[in-house]
Design a binder for this molecule. Sequence first.
Ligand SMILES: *Cc1c(COP(=O)(O)O)cnc(C)c1O
Length: 407
Amino acid sequence: MSDLNDDLGRELDALRARGLFRQWHTVASAQAARIVVDGRQFLNFSSNDYLGLANDPVLKRAGIEAIQRYGAGAGASRLVCGNLQPYRQLEDKLARFKNKEAAIVFASGYAANVGAIPDLVGEADVLIIDKLDHASIIDGARLSGATVRVYPHKNLKKLEDILRQCEKFRRRLIVTETVFSMDGDLAPLAEIVALKEKYNSWLMVDEAHATGLFGPNRRGIAEAAGVEDQIDVTLGTLSKALGSAGGFVAGSQTLIDYLRNRARSLIYSTALPPAVCAAATAALDFVMSEDGHKRRDKLWRNVSELKNGLAKLGIQNQSRSAIIPILVGDEQRAVEISQQFFQRGIFVPAIRYPTVPKSKARLRVTVTAGHTSEEISEFLSVFDSLCRSGRGADAAFTKASADDESG
Ligand SMILES: *Cc1c(COP(=O)(O)O)cnc(C)c1O
């Protein structure tokens, strides 16, 4: 048999040759608009901490108090003895926040998708997903054993074709993100709801990048679109706008009881540390408060500033959220441009295959409520100078973005 290191090393060399080798930087500070990497300060345009809560004193205090009272670790799976009181408080609050009968918390959003999807559909069923759905949805689909049908991104006609062809299955479950994580655009939720009803199907939405940000009560896109009552399964994460960690599903009491009995990623995994649950509970309180409202308004002002600034530099995009992709196309080139930003003190990641399709590499720029106008201007001026210097970040952007519009 071949040597493990030779074998794997060759595969890594192939990744390097295609610009797909991945490395990470170690951040030596809290998540914020400015972070410390390699002993240097950087402006951070890469985080999903949209409301700047990850390092908020209110969350930190709640976490510290929970550690003092309940200790560092949960000790076991929730069904054994890990279901500490902060879980109960968090789930009660989540259900109220989401205006659902009940909610259940998993170790992460990823664990929630791979846990919940295989409980809802199996071999007799069909799962219908958007081409750009998150990896955790795809992995849940694979684990389920259900027939999987994929429709082109947001293509309602294709979705309807698939639904029409799938009436023979026992169950039909449609799963869509509401804010797409790498493009920042929104699912046409009202139209999907209409199709789900017409074809007597179930609908699950992943509100990972919408929870805490959209709708009058900041519950997500389903609330903003006025279709909350027609959603069968709502999934979200506590790790993005809510600044903590953990994933959740909200819905009927029956659904939640069912998941507690069936979801393997919940049953066979140690419960989240109490401090994490307590911080998430504090984040929910904040998001539901008047201050939370103001923080969210600040985020949308920052989003407008950044988008308007980019538009002036010729970069348009279809983002309707705090995720603003700048399309580059070529993988190697996206990495080079990200490195040029890095040299100029700005942290913005290149996102490549398989996170996005091949030749759709991009800079994924995210803005948060924690950025100041000066920091946004600094980003724009560095972007402008990179375009002008022609040392990589040139017309490729504009062209690729324009291609994206037509595609
Ligand atoms: C981030 C993300 C997840 C996973 O959530 P984590 O809490 O980070 O594990 C699931 N779905 C979507 C759409 C995401 O963007």
